[in-house]
Design a protein around this ligand. Sequence first.
Ligand code: FMN
Ligand code: SF4
Length: 598
Amino acid sequence: MGTDTMHVEIIRNTLARHRAEPTRLLQILRDVQDHFHQIPSFAMPVIAEETGVPIAQVRGVTEFYSFLSTAKQGRFHLLVSDSISDHLLGSRDIAAYLSQKLGVAIGQTRPDERVSVDYTSCTGLCDQGPAGLVNGHWIPHLTHARIDRIADLIERDIALSEWPEELFLVDDNIHKHGLLLNSELPLGAALRKGLQQGADATLAAIEKSGLRGRGGAGFPTAGKWRFCRQEAGEHIVVCNADEGEPGTFKDRVLLNQYAHGVFEGMTICAATIGANKGFLYLRGEYRHLRPQLEAILNTRREQQLLGADIVGQAGFDFDIEIHLGAGAYICGEESALIESLEGKRGVPRNRPPYPVTSGYLGKPTVVNNVETFLAAALITLHGGEWFAVHGTGKSCGTKILSICGDCANPGIYEYPFGVTIREILQDCGAENTQGIQVGGPSGTFIGANEFNRTLAFEDLATGGSFIVFDQTRNVLEIARNFTHFFAHESCGFCTPCRVGTSLLRNLLDKICDGHGTAGDMLELSRLATQIKHASHCGLGQTASNPVLSTLERFPEIYQAHLKTTTFEPGFNLDKALETSRRLTGRDDAQAHLETEGM
Ligand SMILES: Cc1cc2nc3c(=O)[nH]c(=O)nc-3n(C[C@H](O)[C@H](O)[C@H](O)COP(=O)(O)O)c2cc1C
Ligand code: SF4
């Protein structure tokens, strides 16, 4: 068999494993990428033909997701997290060392195709950075010494499966257990109770508990399930484990230690709304967890907690499939996530209709966060009151936080809603704190005079991200990192966000680099407001938050960075000619334009 025929055969086998289902396109492409370290051009027509998907869609999906590439990547593909918490821990220096040690520029593949190095937005290891991924697998605590070991393994061409286990070891770092993290959930107990009491009683308990979605927006969970249940036809349950918000990693820990509870919550939801099919959408960075999650699903099948006639209830059939993302933050947005589950680019849909009426393949779909499902399972077991007595009037129960940044003990903490920021800072060992980013880049940056504020939907809402910055940190650099993140992660569907986030990034770069003027400040706030109001989805609507919340609280820091001139063009012609100078090998005075004083 010739090489080409052999390669096509490999693609066909991959397709067969996925039954060539169009909805599994992303999963198929992930497997092809793993095998060939790229999506080879010859693969696209074969995939298109066998799945029946237009080749433009195969190409479009390939181009959309960061972890897929038409260019050849190294057999060892290393990504360093570019998240702000990793920056604080020296990730830029680590990436430079990695690049120098392996003799490959960042963003490039070495000519021998053995290794490539690049940045990635966030690895979800903010409490143990600087962190990276090698062929999608976590490598926490990157130091020069660890990089020396990794480089040695790569140069000796040792297969990843033979690398020392301890290089991949990730800690859960749970520092404060609360209502959810302390609760025992005997296998199947909550599900049995749910089935015994019936869907109406389960819904009533969840309603009474006051549970609101833990993914950020805080929509009442009972309401969501009830709306979906009212719709006719086949229903779907989706667990959103995309967790892409930098600074959020609590779902990673929940899936590592509490997955039975999460799956039980999904199954209770299925029994309540009448669903037969469920998906766990697992962010690509968490692929390490997949084998153990599959094993847990198998145990639950063996125990009759999944599959046909669950716990002996005739006609209650439900199962859960794991779908792996591929490095796109926007896929956390529920309608983009559904598009991705259907094998498409993760572009947010127009709403209405909402997923509860028209979700996966147009079917009524409940999408909930990992923590929401875990809470729903425990509420079903213990009753609504058990949960509702904790928290505040509009925010019942507890919230699990992922804390990172400038504090002695980064990790996971569970608090009743209503806890003050000051108390959290004391617990995690934060000193000389300048400010905190609550709710990740899309949330709010608060300063030291606001530490009496509380964590609650009626005050500071959060999906779980809590990043601490001490007095040594530069607020402008923080806003800059977040703005770069949004410009990178914008899905490009609508102009205000696609163009706006790039303009915002460029403007902030100009100010941070000391070229900003008073006019740029005005433009910054005008543009930020425009993006917020004109964007199609939550990403664009919150992308300006880092700029707006720091501008409001720290105008003097922005002012201090301004040039005295009233105008300086944003486009630097001399800088733009840098590539030409490099190509022609010239860097003498005459190869430069006189820019000073212009
Ligand atoms: C850009 C963007 C990213 C999001 N990422 C996540 C995520 O990673 N996990 C999550 O549960 N919700 C995320 N959400 C919110 C979801 O769209 C949705 O509201 C949530 O999954 C619903 O679950 P809940 O009701 O349990 O909170 C994101 C929203 C936006 C706009
Ligand atoms: S706001 Fe941004 S992420 Fe959302 S649809 Fe528009 S371009 Fe895509």
